[in-house]
Each structure stands twice: as C-alpha cells, then as structure tokens.
Ligand binder design. Sequence first.
Ligand code: 13P
Length: 331
Amino acid sequence: MTTTLRTDLPTLAGTARQLTHAGRGILAADESIKTMSSRLEQQGIPASEAARRDYRELLITAEGLSDWVSGVIWSDETFGQDLSDGRPFPQAARELGVLPGIKVDTGTSKLPNGGGALITEGLDGLGDRLASYADRGAAFAKWRAVFDVATITPYSARANGHALARYAALCQRHGIVPIVEPEVLCTGGHDLGASAQASSLALRTLFDELAQAGVDLSGIVLKPNFVTPGLEGAPATAGTVAAATFRVLSDTVPASLAGIAFLSGGQSTADVCESLRELHRNGDRPWPVTFSFGRALVSDALAAWGGDVRNVAAAQEILVANCRQAGQATR
Ligand code: 13P
C-alpha cells in the first residue's frame, strides 16, 4: 500500500503568521455559556442557546468582517452549532475567509495554598478533545490563565505556565496553533509598575515552561495584556502604555515567537486601539503585533442588536467599524 503525503495542509507557523499578519486580528467571541448569558441579560435579552447562537451568527456573517479579522474564537457550544442556513459555524467561518478557533480551557478554580490565586483547568482528556476539534476544522485554540497583581506569586505563575505549556504542546501535536494567554487583569487601582512586575513574572515563567515542554515558538500566538495602570487608578497615555508594554515584552518574549495578539481587558475601544497603534509604530519589534479583542469589538454591537432582528444590520456595521479601527492600528 502506498501512502500519499499531503503537502497542501497549512503549517503551524503558516497559520500563526496568518493570524497575526499586519492589518487583521482575532475576534474573541468565546465567552462561556454563563458569561454570554449574563451579557445578554444585561441587555434585556432572555438568555437561551438560540439567543447565543443568533448573536454569534450576527458576528460572523457581518459583511466585510474578513477585511479586518483573520480568526474568530468560539466556545464549545458555538463550535458545535449551525448557522440558520444549516452550515456548521467552523465551515461557515472558513467560507467567509476567517479561521475558526476554539477555547479549550474549562475555566478557573482557586489554586490550593495559592493565597487567592487562580489555576486554569482543562488538561484532563484534552488530547481527545483537540483531535475532535481538529477533525471539525479548528485551525487554532485558546487557553487563558488569569492573574491578579495582588495575588500573583512565583508559584501561581509556575502552575499556570506549566498548564499553558502542556496545552500548547498538545495543540501542536494535533496540528492546532495554540494561543497562549497569560492575562494579568487590569481591574483594580494598581499603578503601571505593579502591572509591569506582574506581567514580567507571568511571561518569564511561561516562556521557561514553553521551552521545557519543547513548544515550537514559531507555531504559537501569545495573547498578553497591555501593561497599564488598573482601570480604577490614574490613567496613563497610550504612549506610556505602549512603551511599558514593549519593555516588558522585549525582556521576556523570545524573538522567534510567531506573533502577539493583545486582549482588551475591559478598556475602551478607543484607548486600547491607540495603545496598539503606538506599540505597532515601534520599529524595533521582532514580532508582529495585532489584536485579539473581545469586549472592545463586540460590546457596542451587542447593545445595538438588543435581540431584535431588525437591528442586525446596524449591529454588524458597528462591529465591523470597531474591527476596522483595531485593524488600522496595525497597518
Ligand atoms: P477582552 O478583549 O474582552 O478582554 O477578551 C479577550 C479574551 O478573549 C479574554 O480571554
């Protein structure tokens, strides 16, 4: 029997480059059922499987989305749903020019003896789940570790970095590009220095763990926070945020990394796009930088939709305008 080697499959590095190429970024629409339901209810929309599906269909079918968006992340529920025309979401995304991604962690719990720090769960059985997602068309995955400047310790950074590295190594084995997300929250009243210190600890530990796990950095995407003062503290200018973020990243992130896609962390669309624009202007960067925003792209669109089919087109226009603003910050 002869085996034909397929040469038409994209490489991990090729997919990671596609996701972070200048001018486009990633739309994070992977809220858990619980989080999405509460966001719908905040807008007066009764939460249901159908309402969550309709909302995610509104996002992915927005005209012109793929001009600015290279990939979309969903949770397991959406990944297994069909659009109203019967196409599975992952198939529809590819047909619309957007790579489908899947959030595979299962959320956080208190890290035992961690002094209030969290650990992200989901490694048990992950290989089988990744195999199934790959069969159903997933190009990339996401795992989010969450740190608070008040509770991060070397131990919590190590435990979460280790989990992220095991997840990333498994993804690569299944031909899926891992997005590794060590998020330092920007809630609170801390100053920029506290964010820089916590972000450095999280990133330095993460890249040590990735190296030990043999993860190929040319086939992953890093999803960090911007280094900012806490949202309840005195704000910093975009130039200051970009400079502090660049300092932390250049101290901790190897030049061989495929690319960086930032989260928005609850900052306004204008603020976070301005920070991205300032950082993108820095010509000394060894890695491409783009966005992987959730709320900064979708919050206005969700409010405009309000669960009413008559508002779909207006909500889609708002979404694409926000994606354009983010994309233009990297052109
Ligand atoms: P925000 O941009 O709303 O922070 O969400 C991005 C994300 O995917 C967090 O995991």
